[in-house]
Design a protein around this ligand. Structure first.
Ligand code: ZN
Length: 204
């Protein structure tokens, strides 16, 4: 499970508005920060590519309740709430992917209306490790699009958190991602020498 050539990490929407205190806070959003940072540190240390998506909405975005959308206004481009989480260990070479930047289009997936797919292809990425927010929206749809795009996908289960508008949404999203072909692992399994399952580590 240790990341190597052809692997990349994508951090989904670790923005202040999605963390406790923000306008669209994911209840346990701050509890995953340490695990997300562990993943970031590992990919930085291994000199592997890191991508960070962000909601980057205009002030009158269609997903906002005043415009008839489902969500309170959040992640308005350039606002403090749209900034990445304080203490997030993004490496200097991170590729930032801004999504849903137009009034009339929303995008849960980091592939939606962005150049992420071509950037990953240019970097010859084959396997994507996915962390961030929220399990039942942007993580889910990014993972489904990545699988459809032919990537191998590993979701780090301790480094994602759900909105859970309906109880169980997060669990159902994880089941959907598994069914679609993603594997789910613990971030601790990524470190060299870590055992990735219950079976003893075999010869490599
Ligand atoms: Zn949004």
């Amino acid at each position: 499970m240790t990341p190597g050539a052809g692997d990349a990490l994508i951090v989904i929407d670790m923005q202040r508005d999605f963390l406790p205190g923000g306008s669209l806070a994911v209840p346990a959003g701050d509890r995953i920060l340490a695990a997300v940072n562990r993943c970031l540190d590992l990919f930085s240390w291994a000199h592997l590519p890191v991508y960070a998506s962000r909601d980057w909405h205009p002030p009158g975005h269609c997903s906002f309740q005043p415009q008839g959308g489902p969500w309170p206004p959040h992640c308005v481009a350039g606002s403090p709430g749209a900034a990445f989480a304080e203490g997030l260990h993004l490496p200097p070479g991170v590729t930032v992917v801004s999504k849903a930047t137009q009034d009339t289009v929303d995008a849960y997936s980091a592939f939606g209306g962005t150049d992420l797919a071509s950037r990953l292809a240019a970097a010859t990425v084959k396997r994507l490790f996915v962390v961030g927010l929220a399990t039942d929206y942007c993580v889910l749809h990014t993972v489904l699009d990545a699988l459809e795009g032919g990537f191998e996908v590993v979701v780090l289960g301790d480094a994602i958190a759900a909105v859970d508008v309906a109880p169980g949404d997060g669990e159902r999203a994880i089941a959907r991602m598994r069914q679609a072909g993603a594997s789910v692992a613990d971030s601790a399994a990524l470190w060299p020498g870590a055992r990735s399952g219950p079976q003893p580590a075999g010869p490599v």
